[in-house]
Design a protein. Sequence first.
Length: 267
Amino acid sequence: MPTLLVNNQLSHLSFEKFSPDQRLADWVQCYWKIGSSGAQTAQLFDEKLYPDAGASLTIDFSHDTPIVSFTFNRHTLAKTFSNHDSLLSIRFAPTGAYHLLGIALHDLAEESYLLGYDFTPRWYSSLIACVEKMHNSPLTSQLYLLEQWLLNQAISNKLAKNSTLQVIQKLIQHKNSATDISKELGLTRRTLERRLKKEAGVSPGQLQQFYRLKTARALLSSSHTSVTDIALQCGYYDHAHFSHSFLNFTFETPQQYRKRKILSIPT
């Protein structure tokens, strides 16, 4: 059974996050849900979705007939949520959607797709059968059913760790350059880049940028470390280089982001 992860953000949307079964941990970051707050008046909230080479399969139970969508974004997206939404989502790790669901992310031109309308993957009918069982069920049952469906996909695809996961971990941890990693694995850099784009939908440089800025966002919102020190910790040349990259990525300066996050933390 997925375990609830402590999370204080987005309390206005009744947001909760859950860890996956260990057998899925290489391919699934978490499950998350947004549940109706019970408020009589609907309110809209604008949130940002930051790319990290992961993807989301989201089931919207806010309607009489659940709607299933798949999202993969290479750029920061602004999305509006309501406190009356009822959403349950799988957040895939980099390469997770490719290996578990067979979705080649580099082929996707848009950020979001409605399953059954924009495209109908081979596993669509089994997912819809699962969603029908989930509809109007308690959250614990929904999570159990969704995870069992994912485990069945893993069994069907005979999933096992592969060298791409090793490449991603090294790139994320900034231990090696893409050239060094390709040499270590006996590949050309071009072959490594093609594999990463096919399985994760991004280039090595994009993946490293996503995780540098993910680390920076965490430090800005949870520490008093100066912006200059955060820039150096995250591998940027100086304050100016970091601020420019951060602004292009998040549409905020580091100082604006820190101020917004601090103000949103419950006291």
